[in-house]
Design a protein around this ligand. Structure first.
Ligand code: FBP
Length: 719
């Protein structure tokens, strides 16, 4: 009835408004227009900001200085496949105040340059375009910059727009890749290469810029080789929120410490996860399970740990390095090798998580925040084997059939039947095939949703799509099962604060010093009291109280003791979250705004100086802006042979978290503190939202700041 009245009331109000102001007038009202406008003060502030340019761009001209002191181990196959660019050196961009006239004429000649985004969005991409546009027009206002639409497909299909000053101004410092959009197509066949070349030639391009991750920069190197004879230069730009493009030379000198977009995505995730820390420690009833993007590497999870101090953060690389010393010792005694002792199993990992949950519960904290990197499964041996085997099976199938594996076997049961057939073939061959009986038996034991996840379609580069697998569900399923066991064994209980226990009992006229030792096993010893293991039900509670002479005959357990007992029984409740696409789409931090704008300027310097097959980068990102140094890094020198789509291909090696890096060591050392399995407050850090103005945002990723300390130490500088 009440609701009906309310509806009537608001209907009446609406009628009154409509009587005086018609909708059209209302929508034309200045206040309404302001309220519903797409433009807001943040947007105005962002687009108006022109990022500063590094010292190297202080003059109208730049020149390149070869740096042969930075060396790389060159892969033989790379030399064979990329002969035109394999001998490229690192090039430092330098300001050039007084160029020779020929050089100046060539530098400022009218050019046509095309740019493409490739792979997932990363905050800052628009500023690469902005920086490049400014540099292009500064050198020659008649030069043109083109944007290929929807990623590499735009090159293949000749879908292109001219980038204008209006577009640049609309998108400068704005997140996403919305200006020209992106896509994941790989230019990996002769036909795609031919079409790409044709597009670039028909547009009359002098240069093509590929903004992408490791796979896209690999593609850039092949395009550079392919279009060398056409005189079309190709330059790569290191993009990915995953932070897995980091370059050191053989001596360990850092040339590119981070891909762009990483800082903004990590800050976006950290802000949300920090809010969950606040909520969970207010409402004290949930464990928030946060899966964080990053594909294989755990760089993003590591930065989130530093930004938020969440209670538990898993780092995949750390798990792979795990050694079960007890097992090794036992096997050594028997003169055998226990392979399961090396690296962590999924089950063991679930035990580690349970340990943290149980210890926090014991001090009254049946809540918390757990961060899981999306690629954690890659570091679990048993799962990695499945990923590799199934990727190979799918790639083999695709290579030998006209129809793809996923089209041929759309349903899970079809895929399982195919695997069974492989198993039978293997049995007939004496078990010597990629999918044997053991694989099939173990695979059939795992839940269906996980089977589907492992069999999911690989991306266009042949990568396993971690973001499509419910890693958190798999892990938390095991955690919940084990917590049930621990609860039944009496090892998982919520600690009751002694002060609280005393207050309740005294209020009921009972003696806490008499009852406390009967029901708790640590009464008088710790501030949080743990109910005895032998009390695992109301019945056992009753028996123990009777035995201690506290309860007579058939009397019921006093309400206050029941209340205490019930509070000690944990109910493990979770909320799961996935942080990925949201951070990828966030506005760039000031760090990423400045970084990407200068990457754009660097790209033009490389092009104007005739470079090709190079990746633009900025050295010293971990230092103050005044120390930033634009460079070109030879892409071919970074290539290694890796298994992709079931065959060995040249790719840029992904960089993963180094467990001896300062950032990881700091996080490891503070794990116990951040778990906060002690009475008292948690140790959460609140990084706040990404801000464009003001001083509230740190000016570079924390991982970078910490890792730079190691380099200072190694090089003997700093204090
Ligand atoms: P890039 O490597 O292309 O930058 O993409 C990174 C990423 O966001 C990963 O973190 C994630 O696993 C993947 O993309 C998701 O891919 P998709 O956008 O195809 O769902």
């Amino acid at each position: 009835m009440e609701t009906g009245k309310n509806i009537l009331k608001s209907g009446e109000e609406l009628m009154t408004i409509e009587k005086y102001v018609d909708l059209e007038t209302l929508l034309g009202h200045a206040e309404v227009k302001r309220a519903i406008s797409n433009v807001n003060p943040e947007l105005i502030e962002r687009t108006a900001f022109i990022p500063p340019a590094c010292g190297a761009f202080a003059e109208k001209y730049t020149e390149l200085e070869e740096k042969p002191e930075y060396r790389f181990e060159i892969d033989k196959e790379a030399r064979l496949q990329l002969p035109g660019i394999i001998d490229n050196k690192v090039q430092a961009v330098k300001a050039c105040a007084a160029p020779e006239s020929d050089f100046a004429a060539d530098y400022t000649r009218k050019r046509k340059i095309g740019i493409v985004f490739s792979g997932g969005p990363a905050p800052g991409g628009h500023n690469v375009i902005a920086g490049l546009f400014e540099a292009v027009k500064r050198a020659n206002p008649e030069s043109k910059l083109y944007g290929f639409l929807l990623g590499p497909d735009g090159i293949i299909e000749h879908e292109v727009i001219e980038i204008t000053r209006e577009l640049v101004e609309e998108y400068r410092n704005i997140g996403g890749f919305t200006m020209i959009k992106t896509g994941r197509t790989k230019i990996d066949t002769d036909e795609k290469m031919r079409l790409s070349r044709e597009t670039c030639k028909s547009l009359g391009l002098d240069a093509l810029v590929v903004v992408g991750g490791d796979d896209s920069n690999t593609n850039a190197a092949f395009l550079a080789q392919e279009m060398m004879d056409d005189g079309i230069q190709v330059i790569g730009v290191p993009k990915t929120i995953d932070g897995d493009i980091q370059v050191r030379d053989t001596s360990g000198t850092v040339l590119c410490s981070m891909s762009f977009g990483f800082h903004s995505a990590a800050r976006g995730f950290a802000q949300n996860i920090s809010n969950l820390c606040t909520d969970s420690s207010s409402d004290v009833k949930y464990w928030h399970i946060c899966k964080v993007m990053g594909r294989v590497a755990s760089h993003l999870a590591l930065e989130v740990a530093l930004q938020t101090h969440a209670n538990i953060t898993l780092i995949g690389e750390d798990l792979a390095d795990y050694l079960d010393e007890k097992r090794v010792e036992a096997a050594t005694k028997q003169g055998t090798t226990d392979y399961t002792a090396y690296g962590m199993t999924l089950r063991h990992l679930s035990r580690v998580i349970c340990d943290g949950i149980v210890r926090r519960a014991a001090v009254g904290k049946n809540y918390g925040v757990l961060v899981i990197p999306e690629g954690v499964l890659e570091f679990i041996n048993e799962i990695q084997i499945y990923i590799i085997k199934l990727s190979t099976i799918i790639a083999d199938y695709n290579a030998t059939h006209d129809i793809s594996f996923h089209k041929a076997f759309p349903l899970l049961e079809d895929k399982l039947a195919y695997l069974r057939r492989l198993k039978q073939q293997s049995d007939e061959n004496g078990g010597l095939a990629i999918w044997n009986s053991r694989d099939d038996d173990l695979f059939n034991d795992i839940p269906e949703f996980f089977q589907e996840g492992l069999l999911t379609e690989r991306d266009s580069h042949g990568n396993f799509q971690f973001s499509l697998v419910q890693t958190d569900k798999i892990l938390m399923g095991l955690v919940k099962d084990y917590l049930d066991i621990l609860r039944e064994k009496g090892d998982y209980k919520i600690g009751i604060e002694e002060k609280y226990f005393r207050k309740l009992l005294t209020a009921e006229g009972m003696d806490p010093d008499r009852i406390g030792p009967v029901i708790f096993n640590n009464f008088g010893k710790d501030p949080y009291l743990i109910v005895r293991k032998s009390i695992f039900s109301v019945k056992t509670l009753k028996q123990i109280l009777k035995k201690a002479g506290i309860l007579n005959g058939e009397r019921e357990v006093p309400a206050v003791i029941m209340k205490i007992y019930k509070k000690s029984v944990p109910n493990f409740k979770t909320q799961t979250h996935f942080y990925g696409y949201d951070g990828r789409g966030s506005h760039p931090t000031r760090f990423d705004c400045n970084y990407t704008y200068n990457l754009g300027l660097t790209v033009f310097s490389l092009i104007a100086n005739g470079a090709t097959g190079q990746m633009a980068a900025i050295r010293n990102l971990e230092k103050d802006f005044s120390s930033w140094e634009p460079v070109g890094i030879p892409i071919a020198s970074l290539m290694r042979l890796e298994e992709r789509k079931g065959k060995l291909s040249l790719v840029i090696e992904k960089s993963v978290v180094e467990i001896d890096s300062v950032s990881f060591r700091v996080v490891k050392a503070l794990r116990e503190k951040w778990l906060a399995a002690h009475p008292g407050a948690d140790n959460y850090r609140r990084p706040g939202p990404i801000r464009f103005t003001g001083k509230s945002e740190e000016d570079r990723p924390l991982t970078l700041v910490l890792n730079a300390l190691e380099d200072e130490h190694r090089l003997g500088v700093g204090g």
